[in-house]
Design a protein around this ligand. Structure first.
Ligand SMILES: [Zn+2]
Length: 338
């Protein structure tokens, strides 16, 4: 043929096919805007290797990351009434649900699985923020109850990993009812004497924070996660004050006693296993040794002469008027030199 078909056309085609090469090979870090290769992203558990920013993880990856390799089973959750209020805003709620189900391939925003963690039987309920913002409706409440029942049945600890914007407004008061329901679920686990651990991830807000997510025996937060009840802007508008930097972030919450640990995602599994191991052992790990009945060999205390530094000009002898730290007991006001 001619040069048009032999030379130009393949070149043009190459231009087009190049565009079809998936764009998602590279991800942009939302924090430092560095480009991250998709394989590095998966290897680093979706943590930016440049700035350490923790990106959100879907429930499936979360379960895979926490459980021992292939040692878990996702359970089927009870069927719940779909759109009981026949709610509609710009769209029908039932349509929104269908959309989210097609997008994620999941029924609702929670996944419950049981399996082994460090060889220990564990139940984990993980949230999917990708499913309508991980919002808590009847299905999620039901999922939490199922997880709690399973933990009690298996006498296993329960770990919940919320990632949620709060209650699902399309279910109105029915979604608010999931707050006491999930609280009862937690209570069931506690009454059975089993550990209940919450892994707070970005974001944990609204009705979720106001219920099961803040009732853990232990609260472990991922680095930099947003955790709070009302949004920062709402609070700022209400109290008319500028909020401190890092407000509602994991580190800030730990400083103020709301969470127990702030952990990098790469250390999360090992930390949980260590905690479960400690909590799962009611007895001391070492053999109890009875103290010897015979008098131990008397050790002669060092004599006063040994204690005196020969180079020192004068020796300081603590008097009864001094406290252990060496401070005189007289009120500070009597000392003009201070
Ligand atoms: Zn980054």
């Amino acid at each position: 043929m001619n040069w048009l078909t032999n030379f130009v056309r393949p070149k043009i085609r190459a231009l087009y096919t190049k565009k079809e090469v998936p764009d998602n090979l590279w991800h942009k870090c939302p924090n430092c805007e560095a480009m991250i290769f998709h394989r590095d992203m998966e290897d680093n558990l979706r943590v930016c290797q440049h700035c350490g920013f923790h990106m959100r993880l879907d429930a499936e990856s979360r379960l895979k990351m926490l459980f021992d390799e292939d040692e878990f089973q996702v359970i089927e959750l009870p069927k719940v009434p779909v759109d009981p209020l026949k709610f509609r805003d710009q769209k029908r709620y039932s349509d929104r649900l269908k959309e989210a189900q097609t997008k994620t391939g999941k029924n609702d925003a929670i996944r419950v699985a049981h399996g082994k963690m460090g060889g220990m039987q564990t139940v984990i309920a993980a949230f999917d923020f990708g499913f309508m913002g991980g919002s808590m409706g009847i299905a999620v409440g039901e999922g939490l109850l199922a997880a709690a029942r399973l933990a009690v049945l298996q006498e296993a600890p329960l770990i919940v990993v919320p990632s949620s914007g709060g209650a699902r407004m399309q279910e109105g008061i029915l979604s608010l009812m999931q707050m006491p329901r999930s609280t009862i679920a937690v209570q069931m686990v506690k009454e059975a004497g089993l550990p209940y651990i919450v892994v707070l991830t970005d974001p944990t807000t609204g009705g979720v924070t106001a219920s099961f997510a803040m009732l853990g025996d232990l609260h472990i937060a991922e680095k930099g996660a947003q955790i709070g009840f009302a949004g920062a802007r709402v609070i700022e508008d209400t109290i008319r004050e500028t909020l401190p930097e890092g407000f509602q972030r994991s580190e800030y919450l730990m400083e103020h006693g709301m969470v127990d640990m702030v952990i990098h995602r790469k250390d999360l599994r090992a930390t949980l296993i260590r905690v479960l191991d400690l909590l799962g052992r009611p007895n001391p790990s070492a053999e109890i040794v009875t103290l010897p009945t015979a008098e131990p060999e008397t050790v002669t205390p060092p004599s006063e002469a040994d204690l005196i530094d020969p180079d020192a000009d004068e020796t300081v002898t603590p008097t009864s008027a001094q406290t252990q730290s060496g401070e005189p007991l007289e009120p500070a006001g009597d000392r003009p030199d201070r």
